[in-house]
Write a protein that binds this ligand. Structure first.
Ligand code: HEM
Length: 405
């Protein structure tokens, strides 16, 4: 048995093209759209020899794999590593990286704390914070919308919603970046963020303890289920960690992406201003076009066939959610930003059993920021070059110089 990048190597299946590409290189990650086109153009699946993985970027194929959770499992890792042959840097997530029936227990526990009522109850907080931050920069000249708006907004609202008593802005952001990078191969990016983890990991462990949380947040709502015997104390701590790991980095990326989309599409911003009720649609469409999460993996546990291709047992399959969103077989003129587009079926938040439990919350956050722009800003001007930060999983900007008038 040969191990490549923490998983069992497979032979290239018959009738699949080999593509000599590194989907974790700066070149691929910084300009992904042409690569997604090529990924789809080479067939329903490609074999990437460098990592001995299969990859797909077709909407239909991604949907089929996600629907076949009995053969394509999450419990062997949703990144490139296979937990049956590779020891992870932390215990696997007890929601993202488990299968039914155990998954039902932990997902239900999280859903009990993320009800529509809870999300609706948080909306005034999100709107007040977005309004305050936008007011502070309108008419003030050039500023960097990533640290000053996307990060400040997310750090201002999300840890408060979870109920963290003390928030270290750098560490909470860095923990999310670390988690996503570490799901990729053992490249320089992963190693750099693991080094930084020496500080952030112990801080995160302490922050997820019950005594570190306010009694009125979503974190305490998780711990209350320990009192009623629905989950254990250890499970509660891990679910709170899952909130914080999953809820920050992708949301900061998402807010950055919608700001960039509106800044670079003045016609769509004008449409939004004339009809601010399009705020949610403008956010969703920005995330369809540039999904903050590039891909997730499943591991195949028995020889099976998808789309005429025999997928061997142990195959790691990279499903490019971001490419599936640009599949012309699913969306007309898919590379155009159109805030009136209907986006059901977009893969930005996954679909099926493991679809994002935080998506209503993330969308409420994004909608608040876009609604504030629609009401308070007449023009968004780019004042410098946007800078993207390559990450093994997340597509995010690190700098977006703009002026709001
Ligand atoms: C725009 C921001 C976000 C994006 C793009 C995003 C994306 C995703 C995606 C694609 C998945 C599916 C994973 C898979 O197929 O294996 C997922 C799952 C998940 N997300 Fe999010 N997410 C976001 C925000 C959040 C927030 C705010 C939270 C917490 C409140 C959260 C918590 C989770 C959890 C716990 C799972 C695992 C669900 C399961 O396995 O049953 N996410 N997310």
């Amino acid at each position: 048995m040969k191990i490549v990048e923490g998983h069992i190597a497979i032979e290239k299946p018959a009738n699949v093209e080999s593509w000599d590409v590194d989907p974790y290189s700066d070149e691929y990650l910084l300009n992904p759209v042409p690569n997604y086109r090529e990924l789809r153009g080479r067939g329903d699946f490609v074999y990437i020899p460098r990592y001995s993985i299969l990859a797909t970027g077709h909407h239909r194929v991604v949907g089929e794999i996600l629907a076949r959770q009995d053969v394509f499992v999450s419990s062997r890792g949703t990144g490139i590593n296979d937990y049956t042959v590779h020891e992870n840097w932390r215990k696997p997530s007890i929601i993202l990286e488990v299968d039914p029936p155990y998954h039902t227990r932990t997902r239900t526990a999280m859903m009990r704390t993320l009800t529509p009522n809870v999300v609706n109850g948080l909306k005034p907080l999100f709107q007040a914070e977005a309004d305050k931050l936008v007011d502070a920069v309108v008419g003030k000249g050039s500023f960097d919308a990533i640290p000053d708006l996307a990060e400040t907004f997310s750090v201002g609202v999300f840890p408060r919603a979870v109920g963290l008593k003390s928030v270290d802005r750098r560490k909470i952001i860095d923990y999310g970046i670390l988690t996503f990078n570490a799901s990729g191969p053992d490249n320089e990016r992963t190693r750099e963020w693991m080094r930084r983890g020496a500080e952030t990991i112990p801080w995160m462990t302490e922050s997820c303890k019950r005594e570190a949380l306010h009694p009125d947040g979503m974190g305490e709502a998780i711990y209350k289920q320990v009192d009623t015997g629905q989950i254990t104390d250890e499970e509660a701590a891990m679910l709170v960690r899952a909130f914080l790991a999953a809820g920050m980095d992708a949301t900061i990326a998402a807010v950055g992406i919608v700001l960039w989309s509106l800044a670079t599409n003045p016609g769509e911003f004008a449409k939004l201003k004339s009809d601010p009720s399009l705020a949610r649609a403008a956010f969703d469409e920005a995330l369809r076009l540039n999904a903050p999460v590039h891909h997730f993996y499943r591991t195949c546990i028995a020889d099976t066939e998808v789309s005429g291709v025999v997928i061997p047992e142990n195959a790691k399959v990279m499903m490019s959610y971001a490419s599936a969103n640009l599949d012309p077989a699913k969306f007309d003129d898919p590379e155009r930003y159109d805030i009136t587009r209907k986006t059901p079926g977009m893969m930005t938040f996954g679909t099926g059993l493991h679809s994002c439990v935080g998506q209503m919350l993330a969308r409420a956050e994004g909608e608040a920021v876009v609604a504030a722009l629609a009401r308070k800003v007449s023009r968004i001007e780019l004042t410098g070059e946007p800078v993207w930060r390559p990450n093994n999983f997340v597509r995010s900007l690190i700098s977006l110089p703009v002026a709001f008038s």
